[in-house]
Design a binder for this molecule. Structure first.
Ligand SMILES: C[S@@+](CC[C@H](N)C(=O)[O-])C[C@H]1O[C@@H](n2cnc3c(N)ncnc32)[C@H](O)[C@@H]1O
Length: 260
């Protein structure tokens, strides 16, 4: 199957060193997850190269499963986790035998790749079915109120815009263009992004908060909460808060948590 994420595993893995992911996104997600997962079974839905899957394993989760539809992502994730001796299983299929087997499902940047409302609803139902009663979903979709200036996020390594410029108001499922351009310099907390060279383009889809909460509620989820991003100020004393403030003011991702 031709998959837009095939051949992007290395790029997505390298993004862990991008300041935004390292100092804002990952800490913002991981603070919602128990420090010790030793009595928990967890699933990383749309695991990509396994950035989060590995973190879940390192927190001692009893069973860790990484699921993705891109074989290229899975190959990278398997190889990398094996090198680190992490006990993680990776799969490209989710059978009914996995229903009610997990305490936590994490889904970072996966909901935007549902191309239709039906796919979005089916994805939410699948995540719900995988959880045990009382289990939790933590998901990062694209924030419905992401900044409309295409260049707003460029200092963080990407641009985000509506693909079809003729549509004045955002429509459910509308195509969004995510342009990724890795930073040119080792020290990325500065103005030296290689802004002119776009390395990769990805098509995502716009879903309003209503569409997402409806899909989650229809699946059976309750207590849907939206969290703010935080800046992990402990991680690097030299971090410049002003660099991240623009993102914190208008993040391109929403952090959602909901319960089964
Ligand atoms: C933007 S990447 C994010 C990867 C990873 N969660 C991370 O944060 O680094 C999105 C991933 O979701 C996967 N994906 C897209 N649609 C999916 C689906 N319906 N089921 C499972 N994985 C999916 C893609 O193959 C890709 O690896």
């Amino acid at each position: 199957m031709n998959h837009q994420f095939d051949n992007l595993a290395k790029l997505y893995a390298s993004m862990l060193d991008w300041p935004l992911r390292k100092h804002v996104e990952v800490p913002s997600v991981m603070r919602l997850i128990e420090k010790n997962l030793c009595d928990r079974d967890v699933l990383d839905y749309g695991c990509g190269p396994g950035i989060y899957t590995e973190r879940l394993a390192k927190r001692g989760a009893r069973k860790v499963l990484g699921y993705d539809t891109s074989e290229d992502m899975l190959t990278y994730a398997r190889t990398h986790a094996a090198k680190k001796n992490l006990r993680i299983t990776f799969t490209s299929t989710l059978g009914d035998n996995l229903n009610k087997q997990f305490d936590l499902v994490l889904a970072v940047y996966v909901m935007p790749y549902a191309t239709t409302l039906h796919e979005l609803t089916t994805m939410c139902a699948q995540m719900y079915n995988l959880l045990r009663p009382g289990g939790r979903l933590v998901s990062l979709p694209i924030h419905p109120h992401f900044h409309s200036d295409r260049n707003y996020y460029q200092n963080y390594g990407f641009r985000l815009s509506a693909l079809n410029k003729s549509i004045p108001d955002r429509e459910e499922g509308e195509e969004l263009l995510l342009e990724l351009f890795p930073p040119a310099f080792g020290n990325m907390i500065n103005e030296h992004w290689e802004k002119s060279v776009i390395k990769e383009e990805i098509i995502a889809h716009y879903w309003s908060m209503t569409a997402m909460t409806d899909a989650l509620t229809q699946a059976g989820f309750r207590s849907i909460k939206l969290y703010n991003h935080i800046l992990d100020e402990q991680s690097d004393a030299s971090l410049d808060r002003t660099f991240f403030q623009k993102y914190l003011d208008c993040p391109h991702a929403a952090i959602l948590e909901c319960l089964k």
